[in-house]
Design a protein around this ligand. Structure first.
Ligand code: EPZ
Length: 423
């Protein structure tokens, strides 16, 4: 099992480059099932992306990959049922249910896994498939969707909560359906817009209105080439690394308008943030100011940046409050922050962070993707040598994090657990 060994206390200075967005490329890879031939660029090298390619290969697709480029041919698809070996480690495996159902009128998948952030039901996904005319059966851990008619039928679907995954699955299931589908109260994250723009380039007919998304069913999709949008959460992550470590960092290859709420919070904390067309420059003070943050659906403050901003607030002047409104349990990393000397209380959906003067190195463990990245931010500013285990969680969503951090002055290396135990 690999770990990160970090020598904290160094200021971060220099430039980092964002890669393609994990939460855009994953639904787009599931959407490839609907197209005969797809060429993608700016594909990040992440373990979740490799898992999605494994699913596509299992289905029967032909895959060619070369660094950030991928070519996917789908006319060989013959399997339509995904087992837990393919779905148990990744939440976004559930998105294949919609695309397989949309093209082949049948799909089956074991319940998805992924980061443990509390209950993560898929009731909205399954209710939507039923509204489109599919027969959906829960077969004790595996979901089977079948359209008994010749095709799915467009419908009006209202989401009780703007679920990102449910919005994506409804779009994928309805692109080739008969008639029009309307999603009321959809998720509006930029990753949804990227999925829609990919599908429209392949010949779909989807429009995003102010409070709804309209999908006019088409007969088929065509060959398409597409470049994945930059990762806004990776950009937010490097802003947090800089903010927590008196950083002076230019974050390139990003879309600043995709994370304006994050920029606003770092400015409130006392950071100087300059916005350019495809980059953001952040310079942090020696000590940050405490703030209040509530996570909300886009364009509100993203839940995926919640642990990261918490890491930056551990040594802020004053007491901060973070309210997590999206997931039931996304404060697990706080137990690890306390091992570093942080002063934190969790009260229901709120985390109360009393800023301390110093945090200290310790051996800590990543339990989920963004919590793991937040531990890196905290260990970078903790005095002494820290070891973070469980970094396979981090590899799910960040390409070469240690290389990027070393390029801006951090002391971080990836070691095997055995190396760490040998000392
Ligand atoms: C996507 O997860 C992202 N994952 C998450 O990023 C992100 O945190 C989340 O959206 C919110 O922005 C990917 O895109 C692969 P949801 P998803 O459906 O689709 C409840 C990361 O770190 N809900 O918007 O699973 C659910 O329990 C990951 O990159 C239902 O109750 O999120 C949660 O409380 C973590 N029933 C809330 O909605 C449903 O049928 C939001 O979930 C579906 C969701």
């Amino acid at each position: 099992m690999a770990c990160f060994l970090i020598e904290g206390g160094r200021k971060l200075e220099g430039e980092v480059y964002c890669k393609g967005a994990k939460n855009a490329v994953l639904p787009i890879l599931a959407a490839c099932v609907l197209c005969p031939d797809v060429t993608l660029t700016n594909v990040p090298e992440l373990s979740d992306v490799s898992r999605s390619f494994k699913i596509l290969e299992f289905l029967g697709c032909e895959i060619e990959r070369d660094k950030d480029r991928a070519h996917i041919k789908t006319d060989g698809i013959k399997n339509l049922a995904l087992g837990s070996d393919l779905t148990s480690k990744m939440r976004s495996s559930v998105i294949f249910l919609g695309s397989l159902l949309g093209r082949f009128k049948m799909s089956q998948a074991s319940y998805p896994g992924g980061c443990e952030l509390g209950a993560r039901p898929i009731d909205m996904h399954l209710d939507a498939f039923r509204r489109l005319g599919a027969d959906v059966k829960d077969m004790h851990g595996s979901i089977r969707c079948v359209c008994k008619e010749s095709n799915l039928k467009g419908s009006s679907i209202t989401l009780s909560f703007p679920s990102v995954g449910a919005t994506e699955n409804i779009i994928l299931a309805s692109v080739l359906a008969n008639g029009e589908t309307e999603i009321i109260n959809p998720a509006r994250e930029p990753e949804i817009e990227d999925l829609v723009s990919f599908l429209n380039r392949a010949g779909a007919d989807i429009s995003i209105e102010s409070g709804s998304i309209h999908i006019k069913g088409v007969r088929s999709l065509k060959k398409v080439s597409y470049s994945i949008m930059p990762d806004r959460i990776e950009a937010a992550t490097y802003m947090a690394f800089a903010a927590a470590n008196e950083g002076n960092v230019l974050i390139r290859n990003c879309c600043p308008n995709h994370f304006e709420s994050v920029t606003a919070s770092f400015r409130e904390m006392g950071c100087n943030v300059e916005i350019y067309k495809n980059s953001v420059y952040i310079r942090a003070p020696q000590r940050l100011k405490a703030i209040r943050v509530s996570t909300m659906p886009y364009p509100g403050f993203p839940t995926d940046a919640q642990s990261l901003i918490m890491a930056a607030l551990l040594r802020a002047e004053g007491t901060s409050v973070i309210v997590e409104n999206i997931f039931d349990s996304r404060f697990k990393v706080s137990e690890e922050f306390i091992k570093l000397g942080a002063s934190l209380d969790i009260v229901g959906r709120a985390a109360i962070i009393k800023g301390v003067d110093e945090i200290y190195s310790a051996d800590v463990s990543a339990r989920d993707l963004r919590g793991g990245a937040a531990l890196v931010a905290a260990c970078l500013c903790a005095r002494g040598k820290s070891c973070i285990s469980g970094i396979s969680h981090i590899d799910r969503g960040y390409e070469n994090m240690e290389g990027n951090l070393r390029s801006i002055g951090a002391s971080i290396e990836r070691i095997s657990k055995e190396q760490d135990e040998k000392g």
